[in-house]
Write a protein that binds this ligand. Structure first.
Ligand SMILES: [Zn+2]
Length: 169
């Protein structure tokens, strides 16, 4: 069985998580401004913003669980690490979920930053004004959509993805 993150690409997530971890050791914190992955290559690019000081808000840096029993995936904060369970189990602490981390579980792009990029692209005549929808415009708009922190983070089985895609066609 192959597990895939639902929204993010695993390599991009691993890259950001590694940077967050390394920066934290040196007393800094990082957050992604934008991430780009292309299956042609494949190519992975992440632009990170580095700030002084440890990560104060660790809501986007935690663990993810996956329940082998029901397929449910969840994000787990550091303080909840000792009490992982799944709602499909009667007992308080279930043995079924597996846990990965610590990982970056937040958005892969900063909406404000990408919107600014889109505005600049318009000013410079790279997008808009009768050009039709260019690939650049499509990409930047997709990044803005993907930067919504409410998007679920977690794992999904590859066969479930294939199954869902079959039903949608
Ligand atoms: Zn479960």
């Amino acid at each position: 069985m192959l597990l895939l993150p639902m929204v993010t690409h695993p390599v991009v997530t691993a890259l950001i998580s590694g940077a967050v971890r390394e920066a934290s050791v040196l007393g800094y914190n990082v957050a992604p401004l934008f991430s780009y992955y292309s299956y042609h290559g494949p190519v992975f690019r992440v632009m990170l913003q580095l700030n002084r000081g440890k990560l104060v808000d660790d809501r986007y840096y935690g663990f993810i669980s996956y329940c082998h029993q029901c397929g449910n995936s969840d994000t787990i904060s550091w303080d909840k690490l000792g009490q992982i369970s799944c709602s499909c189990s009667d007992s308080k602490v279930s043995s079924s979920p597996v846990v990965s981390g610590p990982l970056w579980t937040g958005p892969l792009h900063d909406a404000a930053y990408v919107t600014e990029m889109l505005n600049l692209a318009e000013q410079w005549g790279w997008v808009g004004s009768g050009k039709g929808t260019t690939n650049l415009e499509k990409l930047l708009k997709q990044m803005v959509d993907e930067s919504d922190p409410r998007l679920p983070f977690g794992y999904i089985k590859l066969d479930e993805v294939l199954l869902q895609n079959c039903f949608h066609k």
